[in-house]
Design a protein around this ligand. Structure first.
Ligand code: SF4
Length: 139
């Protein structure tokens, strides 16, 4: 696997720091975990032009990059605040599973991990909740 440029690694480090702050999550206590994921995101910028999640296998990464669902921050992060790569986690290094459906593999793997900062993150879930509240008001 090729090493991505320092410029793209710096870009993804800046992004990761900013998104962790915005979502109220932490980096993993083992720095190598974060380093590996950030490097994988930077590599995908070079290979497919977008920071595609580095923790999945894609039969066609370029086609996948055209879809929004696995561009970091992915749909699961935006909706459930769950990062299966362990890039955005609790201070103890666990992925937040509180908002996942109970039959989701993350819930089965990690059990119930509460969100220590429920006032932050989950942008998509908040928009959907507002829309649903608006629809209920109009009904
Ligand atoms: S699981 Fe989602 S939030 Fe976590 S690194 Fe992958 S794309 Fe980003």
């Amino acid at each position: 696997m090729s090493e991505p440029s320092q410029a793209n690694k710096d870009k993804m480090w800046a992004y990761a720091r900013k998104y962790a702050e915005k979502s109220g999550t932490a980096f993993h206590p083992e720095p190598g975990v974060t380093e590996t994921v950030v490097t994988g995101l930077a590599r995908h910028i070079e290979e497919v032009g977008r920071p595609l999640c580095p923790c999945n296998f894609y039969p066609d990464p370029k086609a996948e990059a055209k879809l929004r669902r696995w561009i970091c921050a992915c749909d699961e992060m935006q909706q459930y605040k769950y990062c299966h790569c362990l890039l955005f986690v609790t201070p103890e290094g666990l992925p937040i599973t509180e908002y996942l459906p109970e039959d989701h593999e993350g819930r089965q793997a990690y059990g119930l991990v509460k969100d220590p900062t429920p006032d932050k993150g989950r942008a998509v879930a908040r928009v959907l909740a507002k829309q649903q509240a608006g629809e209920a008001d109009r009904a």
